[in-house]
Design a protein. Structure first.
Lengths: 313, 240
């Protein structure tokens, strides 16, 4: 079977299991990725579904092309929801002659039976947890960015809290976010390609630490700071995604001929990221309200002294 | 008479975040001295924040490694030796000499806390990590208080007007310094001092630094190339 036939067959198999399904393209990609990982290493079908890691998880250009072909052939159609999302659904009844790839088809059926098409996020998050090549990815994308996005949505502009009147204001969600961003820094990808990215990420983390202090105190500019801190974080993820697909662990061999083009795109994204992080840090620095000198305890002083002494030695 | 205007290098701004005893650097004592107008550039400020960020990343990564590598119930009688052995192994993986020095110094001076972390609970470990992060946040705070962008009332005025590189602004001076110093980040800082001296201050400026390898050892050549700039160590301003 040709590669396009294999993938096209597996996509139809999704609908064969549940003909009433309406799925986003993203969900189709993730289901087929999961099929690929569930197949034995030596199964020839695996090679026919090549993936690379990108902005929203594993992505396959072959799957994308097959979806387009199935649409062009009238087997699938796309319908827009009232929220403006596109969902793929079956146009015609499928015949029962699809059981050519028995093992892969059985896996498709098993996966499809267990997913909730209307709440695909947990399924995607699980893919990050189980299959992402670097620990940084689930930590940053699933834990940090998702939590941060939720926080931003639940704290609209104009909302104020009593924290602005409290000296040592507490905000457990912000504490959690700040804790997570330091965890992410610990798990940065240690590859030469990521050296510049890592330094910029660290620079962002330093600015984000100050930003979280402003947000925690719910100062007048808290919403604007939250929004710009999230936007910078989101931009950083997009740069990371342009880099991670270049690494051997981030793509299947099928995409090796794209590496030069991807590297060019990554370099350009890094250069944008440097400007964005600089702008973000400058903005945060100007937004910090001058406070009284923090009274550092002896332990803090000893920690900082030991670091500076090492630096100057 | 020594110039009243001082341009501060990264090592002075970083070193002056803490008080030192007499055996150590003069940076904190220097910054406590009145009678000088202090300046720096945005590039130096960013180098400082980069240094503090690197401290945090190096130490939190190390802690993570150490706590994952230690046995579940470490033997307290050989714990110091185990920590030192794991530290040596981790240091071998670090490429940057500064990072190695920072980590060695940290381990040497915080062994009690590391031991307590190894023998303590998850919460003890979290508390120690948070204290490291807070100590570095304190350094950022203190730097931001002292070093404010284009604010003439700040203890250290941080100029944001310097060019990104000096290829078109001071090409001859840059080439002359490249031959002597050969390390671009330091050359750009020196040229920042000169640029600010010409365009903002208009009087003689002392570049205050503790960098022997690239700057203090090349004092004569730098001063010849950049008229109006003198190179000084922080200790040279102490009276008595």
């Amino acid at each position: 079977m040709l590669q396009s036939e294999v993938v096209s067959h597996l996509i139809q198999q999704i609908y064969h299991s549940r003909p009433d399904l309406k799925l986003s393209k993203r969900a189709v990609h993730k289901i087929l990725f999961k099929v690929r990982t569930a197949l034995p290493e030596d199964d020839p079908v695996r090679k026919n579904i090549p993936f690379y890691w990108y902005n929203f998880g594993p992505y396959s250009e072959v799957v994308e092309a097959s979806i387009d072909t199935l649409k062009a052939n009238g087997i699938l159609r796309e319908e827009e929801t009232h929220r403006g999302n596109s969902l793929l659904m079956l146009t015609t009844n499928l015949t029962d002659t699809l059981n050519v790839l028995e093992e892969a088809s059985a896996i498709v059926e098993r996966i499809v039976r267990n997913i909730d098409p209307y709440h695909i996020e947990p399924f995607v998050n699980q893919i990050y947890q189980d299959d992402a090549p670097y620990e940084f990815m689930p930590l940053y994308k699933v834990d940090f960015l998702n939590l941060f996005e939720g926080y931003l949505k639940s704290h609209p502009v104009g909302q104020i809290t009593l924290n602005r009147y409290i000296e040592d204001a507490i905000n457990p969600q912000i504490d959690r976010l700040e804790h997570l961003i330091y965890d992410c820094e610990v798990e940065l990808v240690e590859e030469p390609l990521f050296e510049e990215f890592n330094d910029e990420f660290t620079s962002y983390v330093s600015g984000a630490g100050k930003a979280f202090d402003i947000i925690r105190k719910d100062e007048d500019n808290a919403y604007t700071i939250t929004k710009s801190t999230f936007e910078a974080a989101d931009g950083i993820w997009r740069t990371f995604a342009k880099g991670v697909r270049i690494l051997d662990e981030g793509h299947d061999e099928y995409y090796d001929n794209k590496l030069e083009q991807w590297e060019g795109e990554y370099r350009s994204a890094i250069s944008n990221m440097i400007s964005e992080v600089n702008r973000f840090n400058r903005n945060i620095r100007e937004s910090v309200r001058p406070t009284n000198r923090r009274n550092a305890n002896d332990r803090s002083k000893r920690i900082l002294s030991s670091l500076i002494e090492g630096y100057l030695s | 008479m020594a110039p009243l205007h001082h341009f501060l290098d990264t090592n002075i701004l970083v070193g002056s975040r803490i008080e030192w005893d007499g055996q150590h650097h003069h940076t904190h004592r220097y910054l406590q001295q009145d009678g000088f107008l202090r300046h720096t550039s945005e590039r130096v400020y960013k180098e400082c924040t980069g240094v503090f960020g690197l401290f945090r990343r190096t130490i939190t990564k190390y802690l993570n490694y150490l706590l994952k590598s230690l046995p579940a119930s470490p033997d307290p009688f050989i714990l110091d030796r185990t920590i030192r052995r794991l530290t040596e192994r981790h240091i071998l993986l670090l490429k940057n000499e500064k990072e190695k020095n920072v980590l060695s110094s940290f381990v040497q001076q915080n062994m009690d806390d590391l031991r307590n972390c190894a023998l303590g609970t998850e919460q003890d470990r979290d508390t120690f990590r948070q204290e490291i992060i807070d100590a570095i946040k304190g350094a950022f705070d203190s730097l931001d208080r002292d070093c404010r962008p284009d604010d003439p009332s700040a203890p250290v005025v941080c100029y944001t007007c310097c060019p990104e590189n000096y290829d078109s602004h001071l090409p001859d001076q840059k080439s002359a310094l490249i031959t002597v110093i050969g390390y671009e980040p330091d050359i750009l800082v020196i040229l920042d001092a000169y640029f600010i001296q010409i365009h903002r201050i208009g009087e003689e400026v002392s570049l205050v630094t503790a960098d022997k390898a690239h700057i203090l050892n090349n004092r004569k050549k730098i001063e010849e190339t950049l008229p109006g700039i003198t190179i000084r160590e922080p200790g040279s301003f102490f009276i008595g």
